[in-house]
Design a protein around this ligand. Structure first.
Ligand code: ADP
Length: 263
């Protein structure tokens, strides 16, 4: 990667630790006068040759409802990725921390934000593969943006990548993903339905009292998550549309985006 995207280390400074993720530590930083989040990548966690190729594509994805990847540093280990800084952290924590204080308008606009970002990815034929509230971030002015798109393809931990295994996000996965790893924008839509459920349940874990195995079993019997108490009927109908068994019976993000504002 020897082009405009490879960052000049002189332009990056590191600050406090923000958390730790799938691939390594996440630090606050400054890059060319912007506050940024820097993800450092532990070598054993990522198939980095594949990632270097993909980084170019990911940096070209640019939308106000996506957490922007600004630059990457691949020429030295650990590799690091420089992202737009999101002051209010991940959406799942944000929902749990402010429980009981969300208006209907706020919850709807969170869902709209995510579906705008996702409609852009869908239009670019880019599959997220791991959409969930934990993979969305909240900005200073409480706007929600989609993050971590496409990144699970580079995870080396088997526990995370196989649907049989403990860390696989079964609770957010469409049946065809669980059964045959068949990812598509229609499997992203399924995950989006679960994300809407998380928003209207203010950050509760989906199927919270059930194991992954039980979740798979109940899905195969046609059972679905129940209507959140705070969700209007029309929102619940959209969730159920996202959870149709056959991918082709589910809406696209483009269509969903047209339905949401009128609710
Ligand atoms: P991963 O998805 O690679 O496992 P995360 O994205 O969950 O890692 O990052 C871990 C933590 O770092 C998050 O919970 C969040 O608090 C923080 N973080 C990640 N990205 C950003 C960002 N762009 N701006 C601010 N904080 C961030």
């Amino acid at each position: 990667l020897t082009d405009q995207w490879e960052l000049d280390p002189e332009e990056l400074t590191f600050g406090r630790e923000l958390g730790s993720g799938q691939f390594g530590l996440v630090l606050e930083g400054r890059w060319r006068d912007s506050k940024v989040a820097v993800k450092t990548i532990r070598e054993e966690c990522m198939s980095d040759e594949d990632f270097k190729e993909e980084a170019r594509i990911m940096m070209r994805l640019s939308h106000c409802k996506l957490v922007q990847l600004y630059a990457v540093h691949t020429q030295r280990s650990p590799m690091c990725l420089v992202f737009e800084f999101m002051d209010n952290g991940c959406l799942s924590d944000y929902l749990r921390a402010r429980k009981g204080h969300f208006s209907q308008d706020t919850m709807l606009s969170m869902c709209m934000d995510v579906s705008e970002g996702m409609a852009y990815l869908e239009n670019c034929n880019f599959i997220h593969r791991d959409l969930a509230a934990r993979n969305c971030l909240v900005s200073k002015n409480n706007e929600v943006k989609v993050s971590d798109f496409g990144m699970t393809r580079f995870v080396l931990d088997d526990q995370y990548t196989s649907s049989q295994c403990s860390k696989f996000p079964v609770r957010w996965s469409a049946p065809e993903v669980i059964k045959f790893s068949k990812f598509s924008s229609k499997s992203d839509i399924w995950s989006f339905g679960v994300l809407m459920w998380e928003v209207y349940n203010e950050g509760r874990l989906p199927y919270e009292n059930h194991s992954n195995v039980e979740v798979v079993e109940s899905l195969s019997k046609g059972l679905r998550l129940l209507k959140p108490r705070l969700a209007p009927e029309a929102i619940h109908r959209l969730m159920e549309w996202c959870w149709k068994e056959k991918p082709e019976d589910r809406p696209s993000f483009a269509l969903l985006l047209r339905e949401l504002p009128s609710l």
